[in-house]
Design a protein around this ligand. Sequence first.
Ligand code: KIV
Ligand code: ZN
Length: 526
Amino acid sequence: MTDTTKQDRVLIFDTTLRDGEQSPGATMSHSEKLEIAELLDDMGVDIIEAGFPIASEGDFQAVSEIAQRSKRSVICGLARAQLPDIDRAWEAVKHAERPRIHTFIGTSPLHRAIPNLTMDEMANRIHETVSHARNLCDNVQWSPMDATRTEHDYLCRVVEIAIKAGATTINIPDTVGYTAPRESADLIRMLIEKVPGADDVVFSTHCHNDLGMATANSLAAVEAGARQIECTINGLGERAGNTALEEVVMALKVRHDIMPYDTRIDTTKIMGISRRVSQVSGFPVQFNKAIVGKNAFAHESGIHQDGMLKNAETFEIMRPKDVGLAETSLVLGKHSGRAALRDKLNQLGYELGDNQLKDVFVRFKALADRKKEVYEDDLIALMRDAAGDEQNDRIQVKSLRVVCGTEGPQTATLTMVVDGTEKSVETTGDGPVDATFKAIKEIFPTTARLQLYQVHAVTEGTDAQATVSVRLEEDGRIATGQSSDTDTVVASANAYVNALNRLLVRREKSAPGDDVKTVSYRDAGQ
Ligand code: KIV
Ligand code: ZN
């Protein structure tokens, strides 16, 4: 058996960088992908699906660099059931200490109709492609896409073929999030019981959350014998997303009494990576999201607080620090010094060099002047903005003045620095944000379309910072910018300009990982 021998060990296969990143709008840059892969490796993820190498030159570059840098994790590249795809995936992962090729084809009646293959033709294709992958790499995963809507007899037949051809992991995807826990378990159990050779491979579960059952379905599959869970950080993924890593890992940890399976995830790293994935993907985490939501450990009601003070276990099934949340979120004020700031940032998982601390301290002081109390979430927003400010941004906001009133229209007077030259305009709009965005476009005209504009308060109170996310699209290239400020309009202007700068990098330099995907995994089998 590959990768696992212990019956109680569940492998965590993270696909944030493939299934997560492929969801519209969640595109990450090359350097962001490398950073997320490093965090996943550090937290103890067993297998990282780093991308889909044939999809674009950028995907290829990202997977191969992640493969070369990987420390502990197996690095996996996705490939359709086509020889050139498989060769490309192998080229990308082959320098990893522990490479894996993941190849797949849609096996349900609806998916078989796309490449227009008969059942026999598809079976032959599976044999040919899995054998080819296995000749290149001794760690091969095979997936029958839409397995939960595939006829059982046919599913058993093709799984057997894949095992005979050399697959070492058989992954069972619930591609459209259609299954339910009992059915998920029954399917895995049936395959293990019926398919010859099933004992020699690891069965894996890959669930989507369209009916909100991805976590339950994955855990049910484990109880039936699956020993690998495919998941993403924050449940990132198309439509309703994939199984959330933090949910399955914490469920196995907290309810070890009834689900006695172990992972090797360092759960104290969960919050840090959750925040980072949210930042780089531009997908905010819903407040009441299990484990990583802002309210997941907040006890607002009087009764709860009273119980919590007497005994935390009254209402708490896990400790905040188990997932990497510091005990208290009230932090610093304008009299706090550099050492206190460094200390708090360390607790939040940020290691800063002296120069970096100097820069962040200036930002912190500016914020503390405007805001009485600076909370953890303020510091996290501040760190994000500091990391996002590239030295070589082509466009910067220099000053912004907006005049609002009940008798519109609103007026924005904006000065920006574009390629070193200062430019100013005054525009009117339907509200302060509209006027500001029009001013930006007047100074720097583009064909970029605004795909998303989102505002949320970082903390409570009227002096709270607002975090604004802006997503822009141009010729299929997508870039997300974020910024926080106590002034929502200033945050909006900075987030827009931030997204614009990222789009320009993608357009002009065509940096690895930033280009448009040319192939989608939906074209499976074609
Ligand atoms: O959901 C799915 O079927 C997939 C496959 C490519 C494994 O993501
Ligand atoms: Zn999927």
